[in-house]
Design a binder for this molecule. Sequence first.
Ligand code: GAR
Length: 194
Amino acid sequence: MKNVAILISGSGSNMVTLAQSMRGDHPARPCVVLSNRPDAGGLAKAQALGIPTVVVDHKEFKGDRAAFDAAVIAALDPYAPDVVALAGFMRILTPEFITHYAGKMLNIHPSLLPKYKGLHTHQRAIEAGDAQAGCSVHEVTAELDGGPILAQERVDIAPDDTAETLAAKILPLEHKIYPETLRSFVSGAFAARD
Ligand code: GAR
């Protein structure tokens, strides 16, 4: 059985779908949910699912990313994670952190990567006049939102879409592809492909 640590910053809807998928004959279980924000709505959802929660508040580190990342590693490693799944975790991680969990990290990003890395993805897709938008699950490497893409889903952008309506259309697609991809990942499907 593989252990999956899930990192969040907000409402944690992706975390919930990941956690709920790891049941029965699934080869993994959630071992901890970590938030960098003490007020993240996802913390209560994780507790309701019976998953241990940890807060490492980035504000206590006053911009020292290396110290913050070291504290996150110190918080996660007692749970022996085999996979670290970023699920709306809105902090940029240092190369040291990514090296520590090399080959074990996944992220969900609300764009059709390689388009629109970073923030405000839905607005940028609308402003560019794109016909479609979507979401991507990718492996995490030192390049922000730049690791190998493992899965994508796409949706048409309607003429009257706003960033909010587009995000609401894409979020259910995230909830579909992230659990599917996590299951394949922990089953070794992508390693076998390489
Ligand atoms: C999701 O749309 C996720 O793709 C996005 O934040 C949202 C979190 O929602 N992630 C990023 O923008 C990462 N750069 P959730 O907390 O309800 O899962």
